[in-house]
Design a protein around this ligand. Structure first.
Ligand SMILES: [Zn+2]
Ligand SMILES: [Zn+2]
Length: 506
């Protein structure tokens, strides 16, 4: 073992001890040993073990540990600590700018155990309220994580899309007559992709430089005559003549879908009339209710559901009854100003452990719209999770089931549920299912949309926006919905305001 490796083991021990809240001086003795070992010019492996105690920073206490490490390549003391520490927390420890004491807060106070969960918490502004954090630190953490995630070899569609657009723009600028298109998984709008495939017509002589990116980019050069065929061929089976929209290439329900519906019926961005499930500064959003509302109105939406967090979501500044009243008064006055645009009085109610909603009946009935979601105790077996959701669905005040599995793509698998039973319960109770449009969620998974439609369950494409820019995520929801073959008439927020109100009041 080289001194450098030995030093890093000691450093890690110190960090993990601090992470677990061990005595600071004890933890720092390991950090100091690491520092001193790093400065040694003589390789430890060539030293006489009898001289170990004279190494600065080592002393009698650490000699046995150093000896074990040098002789076996392992340190039992470290292995014991590692066993008590979730892998995801260790990964968080690698994020630039986060020391062990900060990671400890994130882990212990917020219950976050993976990098993906932490990134999501940044998107929801949950870090800024933590002691020693602020908006700046939160942004740094977010950027560091995004960098880290980009360095892995599976990518969210949304994280590769900017590169794809950049390539198209580059080709457009340098070869205005050339044809260029994405193909493969990117053309199909797969939720996760492993490479970026581009088809370019032969009049492009040189390609844009993509070497700075971690994802493999492949350029396929073809004649203009075979361009369309090539794009098609590389994105799925079948032939161009069969038509069907790229998103539904390679999905097993495509043929059956075509027998029932036409492409014009498939949901598209322009069909969305409203935007349900959004947050404001009343709970953990970045922008005020008024800013969010005017933004949505200016985007051309007819209605906007504000669904801040409910009281049990303490970490997210969930609303108690008095603040709900205050919000409802503000909504009424904004509605008077902004009409016919309409703000709906909603709440994202936590689904408690026993499946009940987060308020008494007199509060529940004051809302136009309740999105019921699980946010705490995500570690459940399938039977428990399914029962918890179904109990919530049977509550007459539940209108939409929010992010049904709680998954975070590439980061957290989500609790297991019996999708069929849950969707059946939605059908029986007239509840819609959310397709959470955040590109890290896209939950309910699109593969369940055909079953929702078969059972007559409406799907609501919700951005779950925590700032006004978050509304832009709606289009990722639409992409996923199109893969599932979601049609306009089964999309809750494609209803007119009048029809939506009627649906809510049934
Ligand atoms: Zn939620
Ligand atoms: Zn939400």
């Amino acid at each position: 073992m080289e001194n450098k490796e030995i030093a890093s083991v000691f450093k890690l021990v110190g960090q993990i001890m601090e992470l677990h809240g061990e005595n600071k001086f004890k933890a720092r003795s390991y950090a100091n040993a690491s520092f001193q070992i790093g400065r040694l010019s003589e390789p430890i492996r060539e030293m006489d073990p009898g001289a170990f105690e004279h190494i600065p920073g080592i002393g009698k206490n650490l000699v046995p540990k150093l000896l074990e490490l040098v002789q076996t390549g392992q340190m039992t003391y470290l292995t014991d600590w590692l066993e008590k520490t979730p892998d995801g927390v260790l990964e968080i420890l690698k994020i630039k700018g986060l020391g062990p004491s900060k990671v400890r807060l994130i882990w212990q106070e917020m219950g976050i155990e993976s990098v993906g969960e932490l990134l999501y918490a940044c998107h929801e502004n949950r870090l800024i309220d933590l002691k020693g954090f602020g908006e700046k630190t939160q942004l740094q953490v977010q950027e560091a994580i995004e960098f880290m995630l980009q360095n892995r070899d599976r990518f969210l569609y949304a994280s590769i899309e900017p590169l794809m657009l950049e390539i198209k723009q580059w080709v457009g600028e340098h070869y205005p007559d050339a044809l260029v298109s994405e193909t493969g998984g990117m053309l199909r709008r797969d939720l996760i992709v492993e490479s970026l495939e581009m088809v370019i017509s032969e009049d492009v002589e040189s390609f844009p430089d993509t070497s700075m990116n971690k994802i493999d980019v492949h350029f396929h050069r073809v004649s203009k005559a075979s361009f369309e065929d090539e794009v098609f061929k590389r994105s799925g089976e079948g032939t161009v003549d069969e038509g069907l929209v790229p998103e539904m290439r390679n999905v097993p329900w495509a043929k059956e879908w075509k027998l029932q519906y036409s492409n014009e019926e498939l949901i598209a961005d322009a069909d969305l009339k409203g935007c349900l499930h959004n947050h404001s500064t009343y709970s953990d959003g970045m922008h005020s209710l008024e800013v969010m509302a005017t933004h949505l109105r200016d985007l051309g939406y007819a209605y906007f559901g504000i669904c801040d967090h409910s009281k049990t979501a303490v970490y997210a500044n969930g609303l108690h009854a008095d603040r709900i009243e205050q919000q409802h008064t503000e909504i009424e006055s904004l509605n008077a100003q902004l009409g016919p645009f309409r703000i709906l009085k909603g709440i994202e109610s936590d689904i408690l452990m026993d499946g009940s909603l987060d308020y008494e009946e007199d509060v529940l009935k004051s809302f136009d719209l309740i999105v019921a979601s699980v946010h705490s105790v995500l570690k459940m077996d399938e039977a428990t999770a399914t029962k918890r959701l179904i109990t919530a669905l049977e509550n007459p005040y539940t209108k939409i089931l929010g992010h049904p599995t709680g998954r975070l793509l590439l980061s957290r698998p989500g609790y297991p549920i019996d999708h069929k039973k849950v969707i059946d319960a939605c059908a029986a109770n007239g509840v819609a299912v959310e397709l959470n449009a955040n590109p890290m969620r896209l939950d309910i998974d699109y593969t369940w949309i055909p079953y929702c439609m078969e059972k007559g369950v409406m799907v609501s494409i919700n951005p779950d926006a925590h700032r006004k820019e978050g509304v832009d995520h709606m289009r990722y929801g639409v992409m996923a919905a199109r893969k599932g073959g979601l049609v306009k008439e089964m999309t809750l927020n494609a209803l007119s305001l009048e029809d939506l109100l009627a649906w809510l009041q049934r």
